[in-house]
Design a protein around this ligand. Structure first.
Ligand code: 13P
Ligand code: ZN
Ligand code: NA
Length: 283
């Protein structure tokens, strides 16, 4: 069965590694990250955005993830990424998600606290992990678009107060990463990660995982990041493999002929991220 991400992330934080949380949009993408986790004995968090919940249905996603977890010998959690809609959060929990993100980071602090608390109350009763965001992660994710000028780094004291006031299980503080592929290198405030981690004992989440160079991922993990979200790079790898099939054979019309190479490419990309995270062999 799917497990809550709470114990997985607590272990990661305690032992100083990170768990890859991968956004999937199709059955084959889900299978690819599961195979990567199996092959490397990594704990795994499968995520879907709100857009993908609307596209596939929370019940379909949860059913596929549950089958994967039932067959798998590594622990797998299913997480709802960046959601500001309480109704969709409840719908996903009812469908079987074991982790949810309430993203009220666009709201003033007090409202973010109130909305997060409400989700923590509902989710904790059924053992579901809750992640919240403080500050604002820049870039584009699904239909959330945050301009560079609106991206705001999280304040360490506010992080501590936020965790205390909400009882949230996992915190995503904005520390300079962004959704999407960076122009150049990300400008990560490592000192801030360290200060937040010293004030907050719950696992921290690194958003915007696509395009962060290996050394920077490792440093962020060593400072206390316990979950790394990766979306854009995986979509690109998956789609590029399909494009290559059609470039070579524009007449191809058997989905298996283009999905299998896409799956293999995504599996390899996920394994590479698991290596950066230090989660290999931790399951
Ligand atoms: P990337 O698209 O940069 O990998 O960010 C993923 C993310 O943070 C999902 O929440
Ligand atoms: Zn994110
Ligand atoms: Na990114």
């Amino acid at each position: 069965t799917l497990v809550s991400s709470t114990p997985l992330l607590a272990k990661a934080r305690a032992e100083g590694y990170c768990i890859g949380a991968f956004n999937v949009h199709t059955l084959e993408m889900l299978q690819a990250v599961v195979e990567a986790a199996e092959e490397t004995r990594s704990p795994l968090i499968i995520q879907s955005t709100v857009g993908t919940v609307k596209h596939l249905g929370a019940d379909y996603i949860a059913a596929a993830a549950t089958i994967a977890a039932n067959r798998s010998s590594v622990p797998i959690a299913l997480h709802l990424d960046h959601c500001s809609d309480f109704g969709i959060i409840m719908q996903c929990i009812r469908a079987g998600y074991t982790s949810v993100m309430i993203d009220a980071s666009h709201e003033p602090f007090d409202r973010n606290v109130a909305e997060t608390r409400k989700v923590v109350e509902a989710a904790s009763a059924v053992g579901v992990n809750v992640e919240a965001e403080l500050g604002r992660v820049g870039g584009v994710e699904d239909d959330i678009i945050v301009d560079e000028r609106d991206a705001l780094l999280a304040d360490p004291d506010e992080c501590a107060r936020f965790v205390e006031m909400t009882g949230v299980h996992t915190l995503a503080p904005a520390i300079g990463t962004a959704h999407g592929i960076y122009k150049g290198e990300p400008n990560i405030d490592f000192d801030r990660i360290g200060r937040i981690a010293s004030k907050v004992s719950i696992p921290l989440v690194l958003h915007g995982g696509s395009g962060i160079p290996e050394a920077q991922v490792r440093k962020a993990v060593s400072l206390g990041m316990s979950k790394m979200n990766v979306a854009t790079e995986l979509r690109i790898v998956f789609s590029d493999a399909i494009k290559r099939v059609f470039a070579d054979n524009p007449e191809e019309n058997d989905p298996r002929k283009y999905m299998v190479p896409a799956k293999l490419a995504l599996r390899a990309a996920a394994i590479e991220k698991m290596r950066l995270c230090g989660s290999i062999g931790k399951a």
